[in-house]
Design a protein around this ligand. Structure first.
Ligand code: M6R
Length: 614
C-alpha cells in the first residue's frame, strides 16, 4: 500500500526520494508524487498517475532542487487513481505539503467543518482534509507546525503515517504514525523517513521505528526528537538494521517473483540455521522453549492471518494438531477482529504475517492481547509492527520479499510452523523419538528436494503456454495438500487474473464438479500419501467429464501419469512436509502463465504487498 519517503540533510533530496519510491514500488500503488523545498525556498509539488517512471518523466524539465523533501506512492482508497488525488497534498495557501498512508475515517465530518470555514478542496481524498486541518489550526492559533500537527491528530479517527513540510520552516519535517508503519533513518547530519527500512539501508543502518501516536521531528542540525500527541517526550531506541542491498535487486532475474521462487532452498536453510543442531537430530525454537509453560498450558491455539499467510496457518493447524494434540482454530484476521471472539488468558494466539504490518492481523493481535491471550508472532519483516506487538515469536528469516505474490515467505512460514510443532511435541511428549527424528532429518533435506523441483522450470514454462487460454482453473488437494491447492489458486489469480478456486478434492462432488468440462484445467496434488487412492478416484471423476488434469505426482508414478493430461514429478518426502515441495511448481506455473499473458507479475493490478489499511 502507500509508500512514504522523506529526506532532510546535505544531499540533493530528489534522487534519494525517487530511489526510495522505487524501493517501495513492491508495496503496490497507482500514482506517485514528490514535494521539495527548492533553493528559491518555494515548495514544489509534482504528481503523476501511474508508475514512478511516469513521475520522473513528468518532472524532467522541472525544478527538483533542494535538500529537503517528501515523496509518496499512492494506493487508492478514497478517490480514483489520478494526479489530483496523488500525494503530496498542498494546504490551501500552498504553505504545507503532506503525504499519508492510512485512512482518516472521520474525514467527512472534518471536511464539512473546514468547508464551513471557507476551505475548498482540490481532490477527493481523505488526506487533503488533514493537511487543510493542520494549516487551519496553525493559522488560527498562530502556532508552530509540530503543535498544529499534534492538535490536528487529536481530532483524527483512523490510521495514519504522515510526513508534513512547511515552506516557511524549511529545516524541518514533522512525521507521525498510528497503525501504519513509519521508520526514521539517522545518518550523519541527515535524516530519512520511510514506510519500511528498504529505502534507508543504502545510507544508514541506524533506524527508529515509531510507535503508535508518536511524532518525530527531524530537524537540520538537531538530534531526533520524538514526542506524543500531548508533547511528552518519548524514549526511542535506535536499532541497527542489517539488509543486504542485493536482496533488494532482481539479481539477473526478469522478475522479483522468479528470483524469490528460486531463492527458496537458501531461504529454508536460513530459516533452519541455528535452530536445528549440526547432527540434524534436534530442533529448538528458542521462543517456544522460553515460553513453554505458557504454550503447553494453553487450552487451544488460534492462528490469525490473511491471504497466503492464512494458507500457511491451515498447514500449521494440521501440524500442531497431529504432532502436539493441541486443538487449533484458524481464523481470517479480518473476521476474527469483528466477531467478538471468545478468547481468554488460557488461549495462545499465533499471528502469521510476512510484512508484519497487515492492519487486520495487527488489530487481531491487539484485541487478543487486550483479552489476556498470549501472542506468538511468525513474521518476516524484522522490527515491523506485529513482532513488536506480540509477547514472543519467531522470524522466518527469508529476507525481503518484494514480489507482491508471496512465495518464499509461505515456505518460510510453513518451515517455522513445522519447527514449532516439533519443538512443542517433544516438550509435550506427544510424538515418539523415531517419528521426531525422521521429520527433523527430512526437513533438512527439503532445500535439496526443492532444487530438484526448480530444475523443471523450463518444462513448467513450456506447459504453462498451453494454459494461457483458460478462463478458469480448479486446484484440488487433500489433507496437507488442501492448503497447497488454495495457495496455488491464489497465486494464479493474483498475477494472471485467471479465475481459480482451490477445494479439498473430495468436496468437488458437492458442487464444483458441475464446472468441469473439456475447457477446464484441474490441477490435482496427487502424491503417494495416505489419501492417494481417494485422490486417484477424484481424478477419474474429472477425466470422465473430460476435464484436463495437471497432476503433481511422485517420481515414478505410473498410475496417475496414464490418466492425467500432464504430470509434474516431485521428489518423495514425508506427507507432513509435502506442502514445502508441492507449492514450488504451482508458484512456477502461475508465474509462467502470467508472463505468457504479458502481465505485470511483480506489481499486479489492484494489489498491495503490505495491506496497511483494513
Ligand atoms: O504480510 P502478510 O503476510 O500479513 O500479508 C497477507 C496477505 O496480504 C498476503 O499474503 C497476500 O495474500 C499476498 N498477495 C499473497 O500472495
Amino acid at each position: 500500500m502507500c509508500g512514504i519517503v522523506g529526506y532532510i540533510g546535505h544531499r540533493e533530496a530528489y534522487p534519494i526520494l525517487i530511489k526510495g519510491l522505487k524501493r517501495l514500488e513492491y508495496r503496490g500503488y497507482d500514482s506517485a508524487g514528490v514535494a521539495l523545498i527548492g533553493e528559491d525556498r518555494q515548495l514544489n509539488v509534482y504528481k503523476a498517475k501511474g508508475k514512478v517512471s511516469d513521475l520522473e518523466a513528468f518532472v524532467s524539465q522541472k525544478d527538483v532542487s533542494g535538500n529537503v523533501g517528501i515523496a509518496h506512492t499512492r494506493w487508492a482508497t478514497h478517490g480514483e487513481p489520478c494526479a489530483a488525488n496523488a500525494h503530496p497534498h498542498y494546504s490551501s495557501s500552498q504553505r504545507l505539503a503532506l503525504i499519508h498512508n492510512g485512512i482518516i475515517e472521520n474525514y467527512a465530518v472534518l471536511k464539512e467543518k473546514l468547508q464551513a470555514k471557507g476551505y475548498t478542496f482540490r481532490s477527493s481524498t481523505d488526506t487533503e482534509v488533514l493537511v487543510q486541518l493542520i494549516e487551519y489550526i496553525q493559522t488560527v492559533d498562530n502556532i508552530d507546525l509540530l503543535t498544529a500537527v499534534q492538535l490536528a491528530l487529536r481530532e483524527v479517527i483512523g490510521a495514519y503515517a504522515i510526513a508534513v513540510m512547511d515552506r516557511d520552516n524549511p529545516d524541518e519535517i514533522v512525521a507521525a504514525r498510528k497503525s501504519s508503519p513509519l521508520v526514521v533513518g539517522i545518518g550523519q547530519d541527515e535524516f530519512f523517513l520511510a514506510s519500511d527500512a528498504t529505502p534507508i539501508v543504502e545510507y544508514t543502518d541506524k533506524v527508529v521505528y515509531l510507535e503508535d501516536e508518536e511524532i518525530a521531528v527531524i530537524r537540520r542540525g538537531a538530534p531526533l526528537k520524538v514526542v506524543n500527541l500531548n508533547n511528552v517526550e518519548c524514549p526511542h531506541e535506535i536499532k541497527t538494521v542489517s539488509m543486504n542491498l542485493g536482496q533488494l535487486e532482481k539479481g539477473g532475474y526478469p522478475h522479483f517473483m522468479l528470483k524469490e521462487i528460486f531463492e527458496q532452498p537458501d531461504c529454508i536453510y536460513d530459516c533452519m540455521r541455528g535452530r536445528i543442531n549440526v547432527e540434524g537430530t534436534n530442533v529448538v525454537l528458542s521462543a517456544v522453549i522460553d515460553y513453554k509453560e505458557r504454550l503447553l498450558a494453553a487450552n487451544r491455539f488460534i492462528i490469525v492471518a490473511c491471504g497466503t499467510s492464512w494458507h500457511a496457518a491451515l498447514i500449521g493447524k494440521h501440524l500442531i494438531e497431529s504432532f502436539c494434540r493441541i486443538p487449533v482454530v484458524v481464523e481470517y484476521a479480518s473476521e476474527f477482529r469483528y466477531q467478538d471472539p471468545v478468547i481468554g488468558s488460557n488461549d495462545v494466539v499465533i499471528a502469521i504475517s510476512q510484512s508484519g504490518e497487515t492492519a487486520d492481523t495487527l488489530a487481531a493481535v491487539e484485541l487478543a492481547k487486550s483479552r489476556g491471550a498470549f501472542i506468538y508472532g511468525i513474521c518476516n519483516a524484522i522490527g515491523s509492527s506485529i513482532p513488536r506487538a506480540t509477547h514472543t515469536g519467531s522470524y522466518i528469516h527469508v529476507g525481503p520479499e518484494i514480489g507482491v505474490a508471496s512465495t518464499k515467505a509461505f515456505t518460510g512460514q510453513v518451515t517455522v510452523l513445522t519447527m514449532l510443532a516439533l519443538t512443542l511435541a517433544r516438550e509435550k511428549r506427544t510424538i515418539d523419538d523415531a517419528f521426531y527424528l525422521s521429520v527433523v532429518q527430512e526437513l533438512e533435506q527439503i532445500p535439496e528436494k526443492m532444487k530438484e523441483v526448480l530444475k523443471q522450470n523450463d518444462r513448467i514454462a513450456e506447459l504453462s503456454k498451453i494454459f494461457t487460454y483458460a478462463h478458469n482453473f480448479i486446484y484440488l488437494g487433500r489433507g496437507y495438500s488442501y492448503p497447497v491447492a488454495l495457495e496455488g489458486a491464489l497465486k494464479l489469480k493474483e498475477i494472471s487474473y485467471i479465475h481459480a478456486e482451490g477445494y479439498p478434492a473430495a468436496e468437488m462432488k458437492h458442487g464444483p464438479i458441475a464446472l468441469v468440462d473439456a475447457e477446464m484445467p484441474v490441477v490435482v496434488i496427487a502424491t503417494q500419501n495416505g489419501l492417494y487412492e481417494k485422490v486417484l478416484s477424484n481424478i477419474q471423476e474429472i477425466k470422465a467429464r473430460k476435464g484436463r488434469v495437471i497432476a503433481l505426482v511422485n517420481k515414478g508414478d505410473t498410475v496417475i501419469s496414464r490418466l492425467a493430461d500432464t504430470c509434474i514429478e516431485l521428489p518423495e518426502t514425508l506427507e507432513c512436509l509435502e506442502p514445502l515441495i508441492a507449492t514450488v511448481p504451482l508458484q512456477l506455473m502461475a508465474y509462467h502463465i502470467a508472463v505468457c499473458k504479458g502481465m505485470d507479475v511483480d506489481q499486479p493490478r489492484n494489489l498491495a504487498k503490505s495491506v496497511t489499511v483494513e
